[in-house]
Design a protein around this ligand. Structure first.
Ligand code: FA5
Length: 338
């Protein structure tokens, strides 16, 4: 019996030394020290031995188990360390390595989206004209998007902009005009600010209407501001942005947050296309922004950036812009890798 125990121990120690992975270790463990292993068999047979041999065999079996367990543990630690070291080499990536010359993919850089290119241009021009750049959230509350802009609940003007409502009562802003309210509440006049960003409408789509598009909101609050100031700034702005003189026309229009209100059209593919809404900020809206209408007046405008892109490049359908077709987008290479 003692010989048998010694053989089991030696076989196990030799197998552990030769084991090259954790699976091999587990196999040794199962057949030697496991519940159904060889040493457990020996211990189960002790009862059949003559009484004077039992102690010696029991002690030898326990000593063998301890020796095998210690060797197992040592080998497991060593194998795990080896594996970690190997992972470091196998999975290490040098991200600065250029792709091999015969890479199966074309090595082209991205380009800046034409809408984003125009946004950068618009922001540059506006800053040059002395406007600060502001930002506002896409997820708005009813107060900023409608109520403070003179569009209380139930007002028919709420239907002018089909709204994506969120389940918690918030909404995706339908225009950038809520930034007017935020600007007036955060600043004191005189104010010259623009905010460029994404807006969302649950609209019928066509060649000039998208559900997700971009606007630039402009707000100027100062002493005795009039429509002449507004038209002058808008004409200058459009000419600067498009780097050419385009024909524009101003039409009276209704927006609850301005009085008087207008729309400005530009010629596009031989027809007039509406580009922006504008007007003198309504006294109630100045009040909502914490500005005293007896002392201050202002103008505001909201211009469609995507429509400016159509105009600038002669694109016939606005839906190309957010369609994500790379063949379309690559035509507007900016020379700058995005
Ligand atoms: C407004 O959104 C007003 N907030 C504009 C405004 C601001 C008026 C400040 C007065 C003072 P309107 O819904 O007309 O107005 O949109 C303004 C511009 O956004 C349009 O002239 C057009 O250029 C663009 N636009 C509107 N709807 C879409 C659409 N579905 N897809 C692409 N561009 C659009």
């Amino acid at each position: 019996m003692l010989d048998q125990i010694r053989d089991i121990e030696q076989e196990a120690l030799a197998a552990l030394a030769a084991a090259s992975d954790l699976d091999a270790l587990e196999a040794v463990e199962a057949r030697t020290t496991g519940k159904r292993g060889a040493l457990a068999d020996v211990l189960r047979g002790i009862g059949k031995l003559p009484g004077d041999q039992r102690t010696a065999v029991g002690q030898a079996a326990n000593a063998a188990r301890k020796a095998v367990e210690a060797a197992l543990e040592a080998r497991r630690t060593a194998l795990e360390a080896e594996r970690e070291a190997a992972l470091g080499t196998l999975e290490a990536l040098d991200l600065t390595q250029p792709a091999p010359g015969d890479a199966p993919w074309p090595r082209t850089g991205g380009t800046i989206h034409p809408v984003q290119q125009l946004i950068r241009r618009v922001e540059d021009v506006c800053q040059g004209m002395g406007f600060d750049l502001l930002d506002g959230p896409w997820v708005e509350d009813e107060q900023h998007n409608f109520t403070a802009l003179n569009i209380p609940p139930g007002h028919p003007a709420r239907d002018m902009q089909d709204t994506f409502w969120l389940t918690d009562g918030h909404l995706l802003r339908t225009h950038t005009s809520p930034v007017q309210i935020r600007a007036m509440r955060e600043r004191t006049p005189p104010i010259r600010a623009v905010a460029v960003g994404r807006v969302f409408r649950n609209e019928e789509l066509d060649a000039t209407h998208e559900h997700t598009f971009h606007q630039i909101e402009g707000l100027l609050v100062d002493r005795e501001v009039n429509v002449g100031h507004m038209v002058h700034v808008l004409r200058g702005l459009i000419a600067e942005i498009l780097e050419s003189d385009v024909e524009v026309r101003l039409r009276p229009a209704y927006f609850p947050f301005v009085e008087p209100g207008f729309e400005m059209d530009v010629t596009y593919r031989g027809r007039w296309m509406e580009l922006l809404g504008c007007g003198l900020v309504h006294p109630d809206v100045l009040r909502q922004g914490g500005v005293d209408p007896a002392a201050w007046s202002g103008f505001a405008f909201g211009m469609g950036i995507d429509r400016l892109v159509l105009l600038k490049y002669g694109i016939e359908d606005i839906r190309h812009l957010m369609g994500g077709d790379l063949r379309f987008l690559r035509q507007f290479g900016s020379g700058v890798e995005a």
